[in-house]
Write a new protein. Structure first.
Length: 367
């Protein structure tokens, strides 16, 4: 997969204090006070002078397994979910024949295995007919022995999620070929009725977990890989960061998991409301249509094709109005110019600013 050329400079964007950050699926609400207190307390105790345990604090590892409800599995704490994905991609690469994922999707695991010489197949799912997700039938067409299936659910950037029946069928195909499934659950906490592949296929599933989105700890870099000890063993015996993930982040994550229920109630409410504001603005506006509504993530994908505009153009226009959204070109070689992605776990005022900016878009000549 080629590197997207249109990546904005996050360093430059951080210099813009008035910017509405709706381009990284990060959360920008006032965090639970318990989380801030844990960070301050850890800082005052100068815990940053220590290394954390190689696989993370035992309490945090247990809280994550409890949160997922995956008794019998263990968690290893990683430097963000992406640190875990990088580790498992490179550790498993020698035994992989291919990585199978979707287009649109999240490009990094494909790039990690490609560096190790493993080819990637990205099944195209940008259609209502496909339900904007991978079907077992489409998977069956491309699977081969030794494949790794990288399944993002809810799917960034489209917002689709898989039902238990759909996952059952995907697991049937995987099991028949002895394929490992990496279930990327970065956005699980925003979904309605999410099913874990690990519950259906425990012997062949690694689940990745993130604190960046639901708890809003993106800059602290904390995540996990969860799996049965037999599957996780090769990863835990040589962790990619044996000196332990960010110690303050781990304290914050423990505090966050302890107040998870009220926090998620509030966060999900804000997210839903902002999705409505964005959807209404797009429906009323001069351009675009929301692809998956409601989205199961903290973002919406908006198709802008056929109106003489490219995704990059729309993003540039909004950025001029101090609203940062992301072009599909980051996440889809095949369809990227057709859609933009708008993150919604943000203050309502930002969603309103998005709505005002969207109304000012000017379509070009229809194509
Ligand atoms: C599908 C997916 N997986 C993993 C990540 C990375 O998560 P983290 O911030 O925990 O590394 C992202 C971030 O956007 C993502 O969208």
């Amino acid at each position: 997969m080629p590197l997207a050329t249109s990546a904005p400079s996050f360093e430059a964007l951080l210099q813009r204090p008035g910017l509405a950050w709706m381009g990284q699926n990060t959360t920008h609400l006032e965090p639970p006070p318990e989380v801030t207190d844990a960070l301050l307390d850890s800082t005052r105790r100068r815990e940053f002078q220590f290394y954390a345990p190689a696989l993370g604090f035992a309490e945090l590892r247990e809280l994550i397994v409890d949160d997922l409800g995956l008794a019998g599995s263990t968690a290893m704490i990683t430097d963000g979910a992406v640190g875990g994905l990088h580790h498992l991609c490179t550790a498993l690469a020698p035994r992989l024949s291919r990585l199978i994922t979707t287009d649109p999707g999240w490009p990094w695991p494909g790039r990690f295995v490609e560096l190790e010489g493993v080819p990637v197949t990205a099944v195209e799912v940008y259609s209502a007919g496909a339900g904007y997700k991978l079907s077992a039938a489409a998977l069956a067409d491309v699977i081969e022995p030794g494949a790794l299936i990288y399944l993002i659910d809810p799917l960034n950037p489209l917002g689709s999620s898989y039902t238990r029946d759909e996952l059952d069928a995907i697991v049937g195909v995987a099991r028949a070929h002895g394929a490992i499934i990496v279930h990327d659950c970065t956005y699980r906490h925003f979904a309605d009725g999410h099913t874990l592949v690990a519950g259906l296929y425990p012997e062949g599933t690694l689940t990745t977990y993130s604190f960046s989105k639901w708890l809003g700890l993106a800059g602290l870099r904390l995540g996990a890989v969860v799996g049965r000890p037999e599957l996780l063993g090769p990863l835990t015996s040589t962790p990619s960061n044996p000196l332990g993930a960010n110690i303050q982040a781990q304290r914050a994550a423990i505090a966050g998991l302890k107040v998870k229920d009220p926090w998620l109630q509030r966060l999900r409410q804000v997210n839903r409301r902002n999705q409505q504001i964005v959807t209404e603005a797009v429906t009323r506006g001069p351009v675009g249509r929301v692809l998956v509504d409601p989205s199961h993530g903290n973002f919406l994908a908006v198709d802008v094709s056929g109106q003489g505009l490219t995704a990059d153009r729309v993003c540039a226009d909004l950025l001029e109005r101090d609203v940062f959204i992301r072009s599909g070109t980051y996440q889809s070689p095949a369809f990227g110019e057709r859609f933009v992605k708008v993150s919604t776990s943000v203050p309502a005022e930002w969603a309103e600013r998005f709505a005002a900016a969207w109304a000012e878009l000017e379509p070009g000549e229809p194509r």
